[in-house]
Ligand binder design. Structure first.
Ligand SMILES: Cc1cc2nc3c(=O)[nH]c(=O)nc-3n(C[C@H](O)[C@H](O)[C@H](O)COP(=O)(O)OP(=O)(O)OC[C@H]3O[C@@H](n4cnc5c(N)ncnc54)[C@H](O)[C@@H]3O)c2cc1C
Length: 394
């Protein structure tokens, strides 16, 4: 069997994996980034919306921007529209992830990482309880790839962490199953993303994100625990689309899952670090994970390169990653989780009342484009309705 050795092997070339690989390579480490699919960025499983926080990670490039948005319209169950906008010129972007993900992998390659597609991790190599590499299938050939550290960036279906002995399980009630159509011939306002709450997406929400011209990502997510024959995400999406865009044409169908559990209990073990969806670093309220995946990748690279300098790949050393990412964005995910539970229990009548109160005071302007900033503004505008939520946030 073919064997190889690298300082670090990164499994999965999504945003988490590519950003980790880029920053490790920039620090002079020998990094191998593997991707099971034959093309990075394909298939797309995303609504492709990000806040302008993206600008902290990469220089914006027109090649992968479909739309620049000012804000969002959020519709309550009775159709009341609440508008949220950014202070300043724009709130965020709708990406073309097929190109964006490839761009991130190109950046990793340019920094010096080796990138290999059609290469799937199939297990981890363990010695005395510590992870020492992975076994992989590389274009049909079985390989053993040794590394000082393995980075599990293998997304929502992550197996690498589990193979290493970490508990990555997510309860069905904490998973959103999603269906999305890329549609043309739809009339949308290119300056706003739209969110719809109500029976069209039980235990979730529906979205319409503009993609430029007359195109949009039209999708929805529902709780995995209530998905049954005839009431799957696709069934709900078909009826949503039939009502909202009867003349629209479906150019692509997209299915995927989002972990809404909050992060796993521990994201490191001896010789291994988990980043992005693999670590469930997703905002449980919005389901957004791209920017958290990228930030986690940056932090992971910092800590792994320190570990390489000290030649200490123990859990104790790698735990520094756990501490730093929790300090950086852990609290936001915690609040997101509590807020998700809070809104899931809120009856439609109360949600409508809240929307009426918020809409009556005009457009909500936000300095920071995060779910937490939006919730704080909701509480400020409707303190009596959201007294319980205030206790969770402040
Ligand atoms: C329908 C839907 C809509 C979404 N919309 C948004 C949104 O609008 N905004 C937002 O911020 N987030 C959104 N998300 C979440 C977002 O897509 C993820 O949080 C983000 O992609 C996480 O990046 P990642 O690198 O951790 O994982 P991924 O992007 O999933 O990348 C993981 C990679 O690992 C590869 N891989 C898996 N197993 C192996 C293996 N054994 N060997 C080698 N490679 C492997 C996969 O092929 C994949 O390329 C959405 C998700 C879904 C499903």
């Amino acid at each position: 069997m073919r064997e190889e050795r690298h300082d670090v092997v990164v499994v999965g070339a999504g945003p988490a994996g590519s950003v980790t690989a880029k920053h490790l390579a920039l620090r002079g480490l020998d990094v191998l980034l593997i991707e099971r699919n034959q093309e990075i960025g394909v298939p797309v499983r995303c609504a492709e919306g990000v806040s302008k926080g993206l600008e902290k990670f990469v220089r914006i490039d027109k090649r992968w921007i479909c739309a620049t948005v000012k804000g969002a319209h959020i519709y309550s169950p009775d159709g009341t529209k609440v508008t949220v906008e950014a202070e300043g010129s724009h709130a965020g972007y709708v990406l073309e992830r097929r190109i964006f993900d490839r761009f991130l992998a190109e950046e990793a390659a340019r920094a010096g990482a080796t990138v290999r597609v059609k290469t799937a991790a199939t297990g981890v190599i363990k010695e005395n309880g510590a992870v020492k590499g992975i076994s992989a299938n590389c274009m049909g050939e079985q390989m053993r790839i040794y590394a000082d550290v393995v980075v599990a960036a293998d997304g929502v279906e992550s197996k690498v962490g589990e193979w290493a002995g970490l508990n990555t399980a997510v309860k069905m009630r904490d998973i959103a199953v999603c269906a999305e159509f890329l549609m043309s011939g739809v009339e949308v306002d290119d300056a706003y993303c739209e969110f719809f709450i109500g029976d069209m997406a039980p235990r979730g929400y529906a979205w319409v994100f503009p993609k430029g011209d007359d195109c949009a990502n039209v999708g929805l997510g529902i709780g995995a625990d209530i998905s049954t024959e005839g009431r799957r995400a696709l069934d709900f999406l078909r009826s949503f689309v039939a009502k909202k865009f009867p003349a629209g044409k479906v150019l692509a169908e997209i299915y995927g899952a989002v972990p809404l559990s909050g992060p796993i209990y521990e994201t490191v073990a001896d010789g291994i670090v988990l980043v992005g969806d693999a670590a469930r670093q997703v905002d449980p309220l919005s389901g957004g994970g791209i920017l958290y995946a990228m930030r986690a990748g940056e932090i992971a690279a910092e800590v792994i390169s320190e570990a390489c300098e000290e030649k200490d790949f123990s859990r104790r050393k790698l735990y520094e990653y756990e501490k730093r990412w929790r300090q950086d964005f852990g609290r936001r995910l915690e609040i997101g989780l509590k807020a998700k539970e809070y809104f899931l229990k809120m009856p439609a009548s109360r949600m409508n009342k809240l929307a009426h109160a918020l809409a009556a005071k005009g457009t909500i302007k936000l300095r920071e484009q995060t779910a937490v900033a939006m919730l704080k503004e909701f509480v400020r505008r409707s303190p009596s309705l959201l007294f319980d939520l205030a206790k969770l946030i402040f």
